[in-house]
Ligand binder design. Structure first.
Ligand code: UD1
Length: 418
């Protein structure tokens, strides 16, 4: 077990290069099952969630090995082992693997991934979508048993534009005869990245990034080398941190369009931003300004995965902000930790009212989920005095060595054993 020790109050300055996206790499790794040839995922981030997905792949008989930052996955043989709850419990998005196993093997057995800290996270849309492709699915004491012997392509209308369900169905359709169409598909950039990866393996996916995606199944996919997109949430996390602490930082390896929903809100919160190619520069020389109403929603709106980091930033704002969380029902758990630092935040259901205070003070804190953990780091960097953040394993799920990123920008932050 490890902790982060943070002496706050220093501005952040310099430049940083953003890692490739966890939420793009995870479905791309799952999609490797679609081919029996080796795939190289270049610049794959080293994260706990990636390790958890690779353990599932190895459990199915695939090989997966890092050579430096490049990950090589080979799914020559795929064994139909039950993916039990020890494995699915480590990674909620383990369910994303169902579509690719079914497409390749026509059967799959996976334990229910269960809920998590930020909400119930049901999988009904994944299940009903696969049923729409004629997969027979029964729940056998918590193990989802899928029989895709009679699987065929079709038109799936999603009741909600779920990211994971869209990705699962794209993979499910990749090797099916005929055309699978997803209506009301999610439009997140990670969906486009997955489509480009499937196409790089010889697939035929069209329309990703829009709300109707067409997948024409091909007989066989081949190996490929692919670099996932930059992580828009990691970029947003650094930008929010700079607006919280003050300073001036250039964030490199970003797709500015992907983070437009974030940068527009940062401007409202008083930051100055400029874009040059794939770099964004932020300068913040005063306390953040409040945001009258900050509401999360599906892309291209403000992402739920940035809500906690913005809340931490707004805790020091020169006025009151209202944050509305529309995606997950329980995503304000981290706010009680911010209150320990002197923040004034009231939560009712899915709404948080943040009354900015002139300064936060250091405290002993516990991260209970990934983005909530990042919010604690931001608050601690901006606070007066020392904070100790426990539960670092949650942060390591999505940030490759978060302390190095902020230390290189001038933050006083280091990791230690508990
Ligand atoms: C993905 C991201 C996650 C992000 C989320 C929303 C990955 C690995 N994770 O998660 O970081 O927070 O998108 O942008 O890419 N829902 C149902 N039934 C379902 C599926 C989802 O009701 O079958 C609900 C969820 O409970 C939630 C909402 O739909 O309220 C959004 O979920 P979804 O878009 O599926 O998120 P994930 O793919 O799980």
């Amino acid at each position: 077990m490890q902790k982060l020790i943070i002496d706050g109050g220093l501005p952040l300055n310099g430049e940083t290069v953003i890692q490739t996206a966890k939420n793009a790499a995870l479905p791309i790794i799952a999609a490797c099952i679609l081919t029996d040839e080796p795939v190289t995922i270049e610049n794959c981030p080293h994260l706990n969630d990636i390790d958890a997905m690779l353990n599932i792949m190895r459990h199915l008989g695939c090989t997966a090995e890092f050579f430096g930052d490049n990950l090589t996955v080979c799914c020559r043989d795929v064994a139909l082992n039950v993916i039990n709850s020890d494995l699915t419990g480590k990674l909620r998005s383990s369910i994303f693997i169902l579509g690719s196993i079914l497409s390749r093997c026509r059967r799959a057995y996976i334990s229910h991934p269960g809920g998590c800290e930020i909400g119930l996270r049901p999988i009904d849309l994944h299940i009903s979508g696969l049923k729409g492709l004629s997969v027979k699915i029964v729940d056998d004491c918590g193990v989802i048993c899928c029989d895709g012997t009679d699987m065929k392509s079709g038109v799936i209308n999603l009741d909600f534009a779920s990211v994971g369900a869209t990705e699962n169905l794209m993979m499910a359709g990749a090797l099916l005869d005929g055309e699978t169409v997803i209506v009301n598909a999610a439009r997140e950039p990670e969906i486009v990245d997955l489509a480009e990866f499937i196409n790089a393996m010889g697939g035929d996916v069209r329309g990703a990034g829009g709300s109707v995606i067409s997948i024409r199944g091909v007989k066989k996919l081949h190996g490929s080398a692919y670099t996932p997109m930059p992580d828009r949430i990691c970029a947003g996390t650094v930008l929010a941190a700079v607006n919280a602490t003050g300073g001036s930082v250039t964030v490199k390896n970003v797709v500015p369009d992907h983070i437009f929903g974030i940068t527009e809100r940062l401007k409202k919160a008083g930051a100055r931003l400029s874009v040059r190619g794939n770099a964004v520069r932020i300068t913040a020389d005063a306390r953040p300004r409040p945001i009258h109403k900050l509401e999360t929603n599906v892309y291209p709106a403000f992402p739920t995965d940035m809500q906690p980091q913005f809340c931490a930033m707004l805790a020091r704002a020169s006025g009151s902000s209202v944050i509305v969380e529309n995606l997950f029902e329980n995503r304000f758990g981290y706010t009680s930790e911010l209150v320990k630092m002197g923040a004034s935040i009231t939560v009712k259901d899915r709404i948080a009212v943040v009354n900015g205070v002139s300064s936060l003070h250091g405290a002993t804190l516990k991260a209970c989920d990934l983005r909530g953990g990042a919010a604690l780091v931001i608050a601690a960097l901006a606070a007066e005095g020392r904070s100790v953040v426990y539960g670092v394993e949650h942060i390591d799920r999505g940030y490759e060595c978060i302390e190095r990123t902020f230390a290189e920008l001038g933050g006083a932050i280091h990791r230690a054993e508990v």
